[in-house]
Design a protein around this ligand. Structure first.
Ligand SMILES: [Cu+2]
Length: 328
């Protein structure tokens, strides 16, 4: 009798511990330290057209280096050790990751000479954490810092038809159109709660690699064509290395765009197809501030083109290559 009662009690205790563990796994607070910094940016570090070398860089190669502003991630509050960032991310700010149920604490330090902010899409925030439009975090002066709290609730996560992770933009929003053109752009990737790899790694466990591509024309010279840099992640004419996969891998592409009425892009992969909400295609349409995620299982090895299919944009170098190697 006593034994069975003890057993029952310990079952109940274990059940409660289980519940508490599950609850804590569902509510991670993820902290990031991000500084806005003035940098020198080169749109084509190789100083040549790496897609078709003989064609050169055209008028877009007259000047390749400009002052840009970027979001740079750091490991902690000292802002001394930058977060490692793969080459293919180019000009993008650090990728923020969360699973549904988490909270993002974003410590922002403005190391530049103009007021800036961080305004997120998709996540839940109050006015002071919106990074825009008069809230406390909407206008961080040079040298000042601010902490944004962004709640990754159910409405920030993948919907019923979405893949297991989806992408949101964040960008500066004091003078939004100027600041995105300066380079102050990054992404947040949110994973469905039951698809996160672990509490410390919220990347989706049903995917091998996630890549992000920002299709955007940066306007460097007051609309002069030579200053219209038609970029993928801030690089032109194949100067964005690092997209790399193997046959049979499960690859997810997070695609985003920003800019103007000329930023209507048609993202095209050679050699492979993607699934986009049940539709099979190899071209995805993007408009300014579009955010969409597509899945691919590479089937054909090679060093393939990845480019915008709009004729003018192709001519201006909105292309890179990506490598598909033989299977694992
Ligand atoms: Cu385009």
């Amino acid at each position: 009798m006593t034994t069975s009662r003890t057993k029952n009690i310990s079952t109940i205790v274990l059940f409660i511990i289980g519940l508490l563990t599950a609850a804590s796994a569902q509510a991670a607070v993820r902290e990031y330290w991000i500084a806005a910094e003035k940098v020198t940016w080169n749109y084509a570090p190789a100083s040549k057209n790496l897609i078709t070398e003989d064609d050169g860089l055209g008028v877009w190669g007259q000047t390749l280096t400009y002052t840009k502003y970027r979001y740079i991630g750091y490991t902690d509050k000292n802002y001394t050790t930058p977060l490692p960032q793969p080459e293919w991310m180019g000009i993008l700010g650090p990728q923020l990751r969360a699973a549904v149920g988490d909270t993002l604490k974003i410590h922002f330090l403005n190391k530049t000479d103009r007021p800036l902010s961080m305004h997120p899409h998709g996540v839940r925030y109050d006015k002071n954490s919106s990074g825009a439009d008069g809230g406390k975090g909407g206008d961080i002066l040079p040298g000042k810092s601010y902490t944004y709290t962004w709640i990754v609730d159910e409405h920030a996560g993948p919907g019923p038809s979405d893949p297991s992770s989806i992408v949101w933009l964040y960008h500066s929003h004091v003078m939004s159109e100027e600041e995105t053109n300066l380079g102050l752009v990054g992404t947040i990737v949110v994973t469905r709660q039951d698809k996160a790899r672990s509490e410390s790694n919220p990347a989706p466990h049903d995917i091998d690699y996630e890549y992000t591509a920002l299709y955007m024309i940066f306007n460097e010279e007051n609309d002069e064509e030579s200053g219209m840099k038609h970029t993928i992640n801030g690089r032109i004419f194949g100067n964005l290395p690092g997209y790399d996969a193997r046959i049979g891998d499960r690859v997810r592409w997070h695609l985003i765009a920003l800019g103007n009425e000329t930023d209507n892009h048609t993202v095209h992969w050679h050699g492979q197809t993607v699934l986009h909400y049940g539709r099979r295609t190899d071209v995805i349409e993007l408009m300014p501030a579009s955010m969409t995620s597509v899945d691919m299982i590479p089937r054909s090895p090679g060093n393939w083109l990845f480019h915008c299919h709009v004729n003018d944009h192709m001519m201006a170098g909105m292309a890179t290559r990506w490598q598909v190697r033989e299977g694992r």
